[in-house]
Write a protein of this length. Structure first.
Length: 334
């Protein structure tokens, strides 16, 4: 059994080797790659928001290659049915020996790309999100477990909204992170074009496997979090509620609803991962601050006044962090 310091070192080295391998194929999306790997280590799912063609499919495929894991992709459309994702019972056999047999859907994999999830109907969205939460599906009265590790990366196009079914807040809340995928810089775009239009394309090599991922998750759950740091995470969530006495003026003016308790859980988990990446075996308040935007941006519901004034969820998260830090009676990061 490794000591805590050795565990932190092994975690960091393993994480960096995976990130380096994935980055060979996914150029210029450093923060996105890190965010997806943080969610994978925390045993949670990710929602990506960005324009088409920014490498989201390539990211999942590269991650599956680096981790030696199975990868599936589902293109969500309005006519997609729940059974098309989760699987269904079919009649199999010959003659009198025929019986119902479960045929698993594409969700029975390790890494699943749910492309343009907001194009499917709420019924299909709910079926997939239930499988995400329970790590299993039920068909014909029988429960079928999804293999572990299991990560869903769902994507949304922020521009085109015609013919879409936006995810309700309760379903958005099930995603650990919401990561914004930016357009690459001029230098990164040149590297992408050069790498993808020549004779040779970088292919990530296996540097880990399923057992490695499960070990990463076990280490994350064992990282301690001191009470002052936990209270800081709770204060961030409480300050996101407009009816709370802890909320800054901007939240009371522009926010309809704040984060659920899942936001505090996600902050604590992500903080543990960021602590390990910094070589520490304890969570600091700065780890929670680093996780605040991807954790809270999709858990804060804005009102019409915010849209009229050009206020975004990220603006409010930044203000919440400033407000909580100013009110913090124990400002020392422990």
């Amino acid at each position: 059994m490794m000591e805590p310091r050795e565990q932190a070192q092994w975690f960091r080295e393993t994480f960096e080797s995976i990130r380096e391998e994935v980055s060979k194929a996914v150029i210029g999306q450093t923060d996105v790659v890190e965010g997806v790997l943080v969610a994978l280590a925390a045993n949670e799912h990710v929602l990506l928001e960005g324009l088409p063609g920014l490498g989201k499919t390539l990211l999942v495929r590269s991650l599956s290659q680096a981790l030696s894991l199975q990868f599936n992709r589902v293109q969500f459309t309005p006519d997609l049915m729940p059974a098309d994702i989760t699987g269904t019972n079919v009649l199999a056999g010959e003659g009198g020996a025929r019986s119902f047999e479960f045929r698993p859907g594409p969700i029975f994999t390790n890494l699943l790309l749910a492309d343009e999830i907001n194009r499917a109907t709420p019924k299909t969205q709910s079926a997939m999100l239930e499988a995400m939460q329970e790590r299993a599906t039920t068909a014909g009265g029988k429960r079928h477990a999804i293999p572990q590790p299991f990560l869903v990366m769902a994507t949304q196009n922020p521009i085109e909204q015609e013919g879409t079914y936006p995810l309700p807040e309760a379903q958005l809340d099930r995603f650990f992170f919401k990561i914004l995928v930016p357009f690459p810089s001029r230098e990164d775009l040149a590297r992408i074009v050069t790498a993808t239009t020549g004779n040779e394309t970088a292919q990530p090599q296996p540097v880990a496997n399923a057992e490695t991922v499960l070990k990463l998750r076990e280490i994350v759950r064992n990282v301690p979090i001191a009470d002052p740091v936990l209270q800081f995470a709770i204060s961030l969530v409480m300050a996101s509620h407009p009816d709370s006495s802890d909320a800054p003026e901007e939240v009371r003016k522009y926010c309809r609803y704040g984060s659920s308790p899942r936001g505090a859980q996600a902050l604590a988990l992500a903080g543990r991962v960021y602590a390990l990446l910094d070589g520490r075996y304890h969570v600091a308040k700065d780890d929670l601050v680093k996780a605040s935007a991807p954790v809270l941006r999709h858990r804060i519901v804005l009102n019409f006044e915010a849209e009229a004034d050009g206020i975004t969820a990220d603006n409010l998260v930044e203000r919440i962090v400033e407000h909580v830090r100013a009110q913090d009676r124990d400002p020392i990061a422990v």
